[in-house]
Design a protein around this ligand. Structure first.
Ligand SMILES: Nc1ncnc2c1ncn2[C@@H]1O[C@H](COP(=O)(O)OP(=O)(O)O)[C@@H](O)[C@H]1O
Ligand SMILES: [Mg+2]
Length: 305
């Protein structure tokens, strides 16, 4: 069974002048445990919108999202929030770390929302995760005292500290130099495969894309599978990738300047926002519409079982 599945998903928004902006159209995508999917596309092609739908931060205008075989639209808000908090880890281009807080505080933050043992052992879990990303010696440093690569590693530790089944990375190397980006991706890849987590990476960088098992390109809201055959046999050296011309045509010019600015930094004063999910694109994406309370919890429970 797939972990998360989009079926016939479309997303459109009504602009202030009453015209309808079609952001995504007819998206079918299933991601299973242990899978690594890369999605490439130009800035504005709908990549972040798609990632927010996969992470159940946003709801589709048409079509359905399924998580472990259960239709997400049937879930009540509280349950959906818990499910997301427990199972989805987001990594963003701009890291979204809390300024003025130490690496340890940043990483243990998501566990502050966890219950039981995970809550009481959060400090140890966060320390271990920081050691895992090679920052055991920097647990008391704040983001301001760290390099971009270090900050992104803290962000990865924060995204993974709850051992999410689904890791969603939105241009995780967009703010890093090529070499640091490579190290960060390798780490993300390693930790994801150790835990048999599904990893979806959105990227402008074809070398980053080449690390994935499956490739898609997003163009004007339409998702098309892509065979990165030029990269050679599976497991081949990603740096030896020969970029297929069609794929090269579907990404922007390389370099961080091509990337969109990403979501705003998480605000520590914002209540009720799970910091491991700093509501990507909060500036542009409206909060998901409140679910009609008609949704019958018993029915949802049956679907879940
Ligand atoms: N809530 C929204 N209201 C209006 N336009 C939006 C909204 N969300 C996204 N868009 C627009 O949809 C397009 C796709 O956005 P996005 O998913 O952020 O693209 P990408 O991540 O590929 O750069 C962009 O043109 C963006 O401005
Ligand atoms: Mg984006």
């Amino acid at each position: 069974m797939s972990l998360v599945r989009l079926e016939g998903v479309a997303k459109h928004v009504l602009l202030p002048d009453d015209t309808r902006l079609e952001i995504l159209r007819g998206i079918d995508l299933a991601v299973a445990a242990g899978d690594h999917v890369a999605i490439v596309g130009r800035s504005g092609s709908g990549k972040s919108t798609l990632l927010n739908l996969l992470g159940m931060l946003d709801t589709p205008s048409e079509g359905a999202v399924w998580f472990r075989g259960e239709p997400v639209r049937r879930m009540r808000r509280g349950r959906l929030d818990r499910l997301r908090g427990r199972n989805v880890g987001f990594v963003f281009q701009q890291f979204n770390l809390l300024a003025g807080r130490t690496a340890l505080e940043n990483v243990e933050m998501p566990l502050g929302y966890a219950g039981g043992r995970a809550f009481w052992t959060r400090r140890r879990a966060a320390t271990e995760m920081l050691e895992r990303v090679g920052l055991g010696h920097r647990i008391d440093s704040t983001p301001e005292q760290m390099s971009g690569g270090e900050q992104q590693r803290v962000a990865i530790a924060r995204a993974l500290v709850r051992r999410p089944a689904l890791i969603l990375a939105d241009e995780p190397t967009g703010a890093l130099d090529v070499e640091t980006g490579g190290t960060v991706m390798e780490l993300l890849d390693d930790i994801a495969s150790e835990a048999d987590a599904a990893l979806v990476t959105i990227t402008h960088d074809l070398h980053v894309a080449a690390r994935a098992r499956r490739h898609f390109r997003l163009e004007a809201g339409v998702l098309t599978p892509f065979d990165l055959t030029g990269a050679g046999a599976p497991g081949g050296d990603p740096s030896g990738v020969v970029v297929a011309p069609e794929l090269a045509a579907s990404v922007d010019e390389p370099g961080p300047a091509a990337a969109d600015p990403g979501p705003p930094a998480a605000d520590p004063d914002q209540p009720a926002v799970d910091p491991d999910q700093p509501t990507a694109g909060r500036d542009r994406h409206p909060a998901p519409a409140p679910r009609p309370d008609a949704a019958d919890e018993r029915e949802a429970a049956e679907v879940a079982s």
